[in-house]
Ligand binder design. Structure first.
Ligand code: COA
Length: 391
């Protein structure tokens, strides 16, 4: 909010659109007072406790959870699009393995849009089919990008498995191993928690692009650009960089790691550093998604025995709380969870895409159903009118 703007006789300007209600939406409800989040009316912790990711995708897109038959049909449609498209593979292979995987995934989505025969058809049925396809195609892209980076260049993708659900197959295509149930569960939960969060920066980007009557793949490509920034999705990756800076010492006790983390945080705050994974534009008393993700993290710690990660986590959280009362956001537990699963840190934000693509595309469809071009005004405060020299 910008009271200074009014002081100077300007219209009120809300920097960052802070506090501005830009439209109505029936997709999710973020309630900062009660620290709660609903998808289409359902509490998200309950969805995370009981539902496969595919059901939550269906819910976001259609407004209702699927019955058994609808879920089976959706899972079949997902399976049909799990393989890595050869043109997408060639596009990824043309990129250096040193580029950020967000750039690779953005390129892959753009390529999929160019290949999609229905790219320009935005009728509701086709739009929903495209949203499903894109969600089904993303794991192959992200899994391949992880493998390509580890191989140092083009490699063979791991073929999809027909017998696995979305979350299991995603992990299978990345690591080529049957994941343990604890790992699958933590991964599924992370996808559900990351799936949707009202008018955040990337979702709003997708809606702005859709409002020009552009296509769904363009909206998602633009949203990926917005998500990449460290004030948004890039924070899950940045959390791990903080852990790395403090030093991850496998085998260290939780208590020792916690103490080192506390000291680090005190120094960071004394230097007025912004510590990623803390704070939120909407939630000021804690992010509704953190307790569920933290539980999944605890299960991963128990599964892997990596107590030092828990120590670092607790140490930073407590020191931040004591110093500034700023609470962790979802990226804070999600980063360490993905690390414990074996993903490279740079792949964390692409994993966020694999989930948020469902929310983005639900918003694309909602925006299209009741569209108005999103085009705000600016208040000019540049140079007064003046003559061009010699004119
Ligand atoms: N580390 C240290 N201080 C923080 C902080 C953090 N992560 N987040 C907020 N603060 C402090 C700010 O420095 C500011 O202090 P000041 O009033 O003394 O200047 C105050 O809290 C308000 O922060 P502000 O950035 O104005 O709040 P915002 O609503 O505009 O920003 C975020 C919200 C998310 C951009 C901000 O909390 C942030 O940058 N967090 C780190 C990035 C992150 O984790 N993003 C993922 C979001 S899901």
């Amino acid at each position: 909010m910008s009271p200074t703007a009014q002081d100077q006789g300007r219209p009120e300007i809300r920097k960052g659109l802070n506090g501005v209600v830009a439209d109505v939406s029936a997709i999710s409800k973020v309630n900062p007072e009660t620290n709660s989040l609903l998808y289409r009316g359902y509490p998200v912790p309950q969805l995370a406790a009981t539902q496969p990711f595919e059901s939550v995708a269906h819910l976001l897109w259609t407004g209702e959870l699927p019955d058994e038959q609808e879920l089976a049909a959706l899972q079949d449609r997902f399976r049909a699009h799990r393989a890595l498209d050869p043109t997408v593979k060639a596009a990824l292979d043309a990129l250096p393995t040193t580029c950020h995987p967000m750039d690779s995934v953005r390129t892959a989505i753009s390529t999929l849009g160019a290949l999609d025969p229905d790219a320009e058809d935005s009728s509701p049925v086709t739009e929903l089919a495209k949203a499903e396809r894109l969600t089904a195609q993303l794991p192959a892209v992200i899994a391949y990008e992880q493998r390509r980076r580890r191989a140092g260049g083009p490699t063979e993708p791991i073929p999809a498995r027909e017998d696995l659900d979305h979350s299991r197959n995603f992990l299978w295509m990345t690591f080529g191993q049957e994941p343990a149930p604890e790992v699958v569960d933590a991964f599924r939960i992370s996808l559900i928690l990351y799936a949707e969060h009202s008018f955040n920066a990337s979702t709003f980007t997708a809606r702005v692009i859709t409002s020009t009557l552009s296509d769904l793949h363009s909206a998602v490509t633009g949203a990926i650009g917005a998500l990449k920034g460290s004030l948004h999705g890039g924070a899950n990756e940045a959390v791990m960089h903080t852990f790395d800076e403090i030093g991850i010492r496998p085998g260290e006790s939780a208590a020792e790691a916690k103490e080192r983390a506390r000291v680090w945080m005190e120094e960071a705050l004394a230097q007025k550093r912004k510590v990623m994974g803390f704070g939120h534009r909407v939630y000021k008393n804690g992010d509704s998604r953190v307790p569920t993700m933290k539980q999944a993290m605890d299960a991963m710690i128990a599964h892997t025995g990596r107590e030092e990660i828990l120590g670092l986590y607790d140490g930073l959280e407590q020191a931040m709380d004591e110093a500034k009362s700023i609470k962790p956001n979802l990226d804070y537990p999600a980063g360490p969870v993905y690390h414990l699963m074996g993903f490279d840190t740079e792949l964390f934000t692409p994993l966020f895409i694999a989930a948020r693509v469902t929310g983005w595309t639900a918003h694309v469809m909602e925006q299209r159903a009741s569209n108005a071009l999103i085009r705000p005004l600016s208040h000019y405060d540049g140079a007064d009118e003046r003559a061009v020299p010699g004119a």
